[in-house]
Design a protein around this ligand. Structure first.
Ligand code: PHE
Length: 346
C-alpha cells in the first residue's frame, strides 16, 4: 500500500501542471479527495491493513492529503493572481495621454456689442423693454405718425405677414407699446431684431437695432445730445468727435442724424496724405444713429399730454456699430456662422 501511495503522489504531481485550468483543478480535487476519490478510498482501505501498520500508514495518508490540498490551493491562488493581472492589463489606461478638450462656447459678436451698448445705457439709469418681432401696422407705422399712405413708409422695405401685420422694420414700435401701458417718467432701451428686404454687403434682411427713449416733464434736445455723446464716447473712443445733423423722421421733431468722427482717418477724410479714407469714404464722419425729440403727434396716439411732457428717442443699427468697431466689411459674416470668423471675438 505504501507503493500505491507513492504512485498516487506521482500521478497527482503529473496532473497538477502549470497549465492546469480552474476546472482541471476542481476535477482533480474530486478525483483525489471527493467522496469516491482515489485518496479517500485509500483511507477506507486502511481497515484492511494489519493493525500494527495502520498508524504509520494513516500518518502517511494524512500527509499526502495535506500535500494534495496544499497544491490544489496554491494552484487556485496562482490562477486568481494571473486572472487579476490579465484584467489589469486589459483595462490599462494611459494616464499620460492628453485629455480631450471641451470646446468653450463664445458669445456671438452681435450679442457682445448689443450687451456693451445696453450696459452703457443701463449705467445711465435706462431700463430694458422688448416688443414682438411680428408687429401690427398700427404700432410699426400708424402710431409713429406714418398714416397708411404716408410716403415715409417707402423708406422701410417692409416684409408683410398679412395686410395688417408686418415683421417690424424698426424697434420704434416698442416706444409706443411702453408708453401705451405706462406713464412718464420713462427711461427705456429696447434692443432686438428688425427686418427689411434689403440684401447686400452692408444690408441684411434681418438685423438688429437698439432703440432708446426718455420721457419726462422737461426733457430737452440738450439731454439727447448729452446722453448720446456720452454713449458714443463709451462705445468708441473717449475723445470721439460727435456731430448732430438735421434730418427727418415722421415720429420725431426736430430730428437728427448723429455722426462720429471717423476713427481710421481721425476725421481728416484722408489717409496717408492723399488717399480718400475707405471707412468714411472721405467725409471724415460716420453716421451712427437716428434721433430726435418725440413728435407731439406720437404723444397724442399714446394718450400723453404733449403740453406737459416731452422726450427724446433714438435708434441705432447694431451690425453697423459692430462692423465699425471690428473693421468687418461684410454684414453677411455675422449670419454665416463660420467658426473661423466667430472665434475671433473673445
Ligand atoms: N426708427 C428709426 C429707423 O429705423 C430710427 C430712429 C429711432 C430715429 C428713434 C429717430 C428716433 O431708422
Amino acid at each position: 500500500m505504501r507503493e500505491s501511495l507513492d504512485t498516487l503522489r506521482n500521478e497527482f504531481l503529473a496532473r497538477i501542471v502549470d497549465g492546469a485550468s480552474e476546472q482541471e483543478v476542481q476535477r482533480l480535487r474530486v478525483e483525489f479527495l471527493g467522496r469516491k476519490g482515489k485518496l479517500t478510498l485509500m483511507f477506507h482501505r486502511l481497515k484492511e491493513v494489519p493493525p500494527e501498520e495502520r498508524p504509520g500508514l494513516g500518518e502517511a495518508l494524512n500527509e499526502l492529503r495535506g500535500f494534495v490540498e496544499g497544491k490544489l490551493e496554491l494552484r487556485l491562488t496562482e490562477l486568481k493572481r494571473r486572472e487579476k493581472e490579465r484584467l489589469l492589463q486589459a483595462e490599462r489606461v494611459d494616464i499620460t495621454l492628453p485629455g480631450s478638450r471641451w470646446e468653450r462656447g463664445r458669445v456671438h459678436p452681435l450679442t457682445l456689442v448689443m450687451d456693451e451698448i445696453t450696459d452703457v445705457f443701463v449705467a445711465m439709469g435706462f431700463e430694458l423693454a422688448r416688443g414682438p418681432d411680428i408687429e401690427d401696422d398700427y404700432h410699426n407705422f400708424e402710431a409713429l405718425n406714418m398714416p397708411p399712405d404716408h410716403p415715409a413708409r417707402d423708406m422701410q422695405d417692409t416684409f408683410f405677414v398679412s395686410a395688417a401685420r408686418v415683421l417690424r422694420t424698426h424697434t420704434s414700435p416698442v416706444q409706443i407699446r411702453v408708453m401705451e401701458t405706462r406713464k412718464p417718467p420713462l427711461q427705456v432701451i429696447a434692443p432686438g431684431a428688425v427686418y427689411r428686404h434689403d440684401d447686400d454687403a452692408t444690408h441684411s434682411p434681418m438685423f438688429h437695432q437698439v432703440e432708446g427713449f426718455m420721457v419726462d416733464s422737461q426733457i430737452a434736445f440738450s439731454d439727447l445730445k448729452g446722453v448720446l455723446t456720452h454713449f458714443l464716447r463709451r462705445v468708441f473712443r473717449p475723445e470721439t468727435g460727435v456731430r448732430f445733423r438735421p434730418s427727418f423722421f415722421p415720429f420725431t421733431e426736430p430730428s437728427a442724424e448723429v455722426d462720429i468722427q471717423c476713427f481710421l482717418c481721425d476725421g481728416k477724410g484722408m489717409v496717408q496724405g492723399q488717399q480718400a479714407c475707405r471707412v468714411c469714404k472721405g467725409t471724415g464722419w460716420l453716421e451712427i444713429l437716428g434721433a430726435g425729440m418725440i413728435d407731439p403727434e406720437v404723444f397724442r396716439f399714446v394718450g400723453y399730454d404733449a403740453e406737459r411732457v416731452s422726450g427724446f428717442a433714438f435708434g441705432m443699427g447694431v451690425e453697423r456699430i459692430a462692423m465699425l468697431k471690428y473693421g468687418i466689411e461684410d454684414i453677411r459674416l455675422f449670419f454665416q456662422n463660420e467658426l473661423r470668423f466667430l472665434r475671433q471675438f473673445a
